[in-house]
Design a protein around this ligand. Structure first.
Ligand SMILES: [Zn+2]
Length: 195
């Protein structure tokens, strides 16, 4: 995969990111390559892209700014961006993530890239919409009211896109939470896409 490093990224971060991208199934890498998707790995989001300073991230929860974001996918440029540092929202202090968190971020953002490798995106196909609705309707009101599921149940395409990316990420990281407990049909759908 085409990967560009921006700024003084640490060796540790470089290694974790490079290795993680390398472990994606051939099928995923070929799809992304064909679609012209690439990675940009840097130190802080707003240093990588200064124009983000005055922009609010989509679906920003709890006063989130680009300082508190460590991964993004840009649909127009087809660039998956990963940063080494991001704010702890509550304290506004820059931190580095654990290795597992870094890997999860890369997998999640790669999920967005994979979603949009289909024209119009997989998450907006009738098939995915239908099974997403089914899963959505099975989630209890109590769970819907909590914070955890907020990104995945937000209205319109954003909720579906976040669900697709998160579950794709779980499959890549062999993690099971969201796909096992809330979006079982979506998980099957994405697994089928990858088989
Ligand atoms: Zn996302």
């Amino acid at each position: 995969m085409k990967t560009t490093f921006m700024g003084p990224v640490s060796k540790r971060f470089k290694n974790i990111a490079t290795n993680k991208i390398d472990t994606f199934p051939e099928r995923v890498k070929l799809t992304l390559n064909d679609d012209g998707v690439s990675y940009e790995i840097g130190v802080k989001m707003i240093e990588m892209y200064p124009r983000l300073k005055n922009i609010v991230p989509r679906g920003a929860l709890d006063g989130r700014t680009w300082n508190s974001v460590s991964g993004k996918y840009n649909l127009d440029s087809k660039i998956i961006s990963i940063s080494e540092f991001h704010w702890l929202i509550s304290q506004k202090i820059y931190i580095r993530d654990s290795e597992n968190c870094i890997k999860a971020t890369i997998s999640h953002e790669t999920g967005h890239g994979f979603d949009f490798s289909k024209v119009g995106s997989y998450s907006s196909t009738l098939g995915f919409k239908t099974i997403y609705e089914e899963d959505f309707n099975h989630i209890s009101g109590k769970d819907k009211a909590g914070n955890y599921l907020k990104p995945f149940i937000q209205k319109g395409e954003a909720g579906r896109q976040e669900t697709f990316a998160a579950i794709f990420g779980e499959i890549m990281d062999e993690d099971e939470f969201l796909g096992e407990n809330y979006f079982t049909n979506c998980k099957l759908y994405i697994k089928n896409l990858l088989s």
